[in-house]
Design a protein around this ligand. Structure first.
Ligand code: CTP
Ligand code: CA
Length: 231
């Protein structure tokens, strides 16, 4: 028998994540997006892999990231992200939504580049809501006898814990990671983060440090067994 590494606390578990931004195009060369770089999500993905999980990341458009040992499904829009997640979430043991999904998309996507001189140029832009990937995933698994642990992130600029707690309830989550994106050493594109992890019952737990260290801390706080459905 070949020598083996010890199996790790997430051995045999399937972890599904979303990471990065989405892009919502108004024509072939213009889109609505946000500054997410996918760093926190990819740090969680790599940390979960190191703990023995098999990890799938549904990843929006980001620069170069470490994909080693991960299954990565590249997507561009919120609708694509929703489709790829909803096709996989029922089989997952843990679903962690770190993506900064655009909440709106242009109602229409012009087939050709809109010229600045054109009379029907977008002087105003009509926007419609995109699917809420995490809320739809939560709804989809809510009736399952064994459903994944559901983890969200809340990117906030004010009343951080209050807003995060409201999202925990509204989206039917087990855990939410509250992120004050205006705090020093936190937020988009940084290598460090400072978060508060809220669960349904336990006391809030603060974590800070490199995104890798924060990722390990978050995973350690998760109830790793698949939860029986609440309802
Ligand atoms: N999320 C998602 N799909 C969306 C919007 C958000 O999956 N269309 C997920 C994010 O990945 C995150 C959580 O929901 O895990 C909270 O995202 P956030 O943007 O903080 O909350 P929203 O519900 O979009 O509310 P708002 O932006 O108004 O604060
Ligand atoms: Ca949002």
């Amino acid at each position: 028998v070949a020598a083996r590494f010890s199996p790790g606390p997430l051995a045999g578990k399937r972890v599904l994540l979303t990471a990065g931004p989405t892009r919502e195009f108004l024509d072939p060369v213009r889109f609505i997006s946000n500054p997410s770089t996918g760093k926190m999500g990819m740090a969680l993905a790599q940390a979960a892999r190191e703990l023995g999980a098999s990890v799938t990341v549904v990843l929006g458009p980001v620069g170069s990231v470490d994909r080693s040992g991960l299954e990565v499904v590249d997507v561009v829009t919120a609708e694509e992200m929703a489709r790829e997640v909803l096709g996989r979430v029922a089989e997952a043991d843990v679903f962690i939504a770190t993506a900064a999904v655009s909440d709106w998309r242009p109602e229409l996507r012009a087939a050709q580049k809109v010229k600045k001189g054109s009379v029907d140029g977008p002087e105003t832009l009509r926007l419609v809501r995109t699917p809420d990937v995490l809320a739809e995933a939560s709804r989809k698994v809510s009736g399952q006898t064994r459903r994944p642990v559901l983890v969200g992130f809340a990117a906030e600029t004010e009343r951080v814990l209050e807003h995060a707690r409201e999202k925990l309830e509204r989206k039917g989550l087990d855990v939410i990671v509250a992120n004050d994106v205006t705090a020093p050493g936190a937020g988009f594109g940084t290598d460090t983060n400072r978060v508060t992890v809220l669960t349904r019952t336990g006391a809030p737990r603060e974590l800070q440090g490199s995104k890798d260290a924060v990722a390990r801390g978050i995973l350690e706080l998760l109830p790793v067994e698949r939860r029986p459905s609440a309802g």
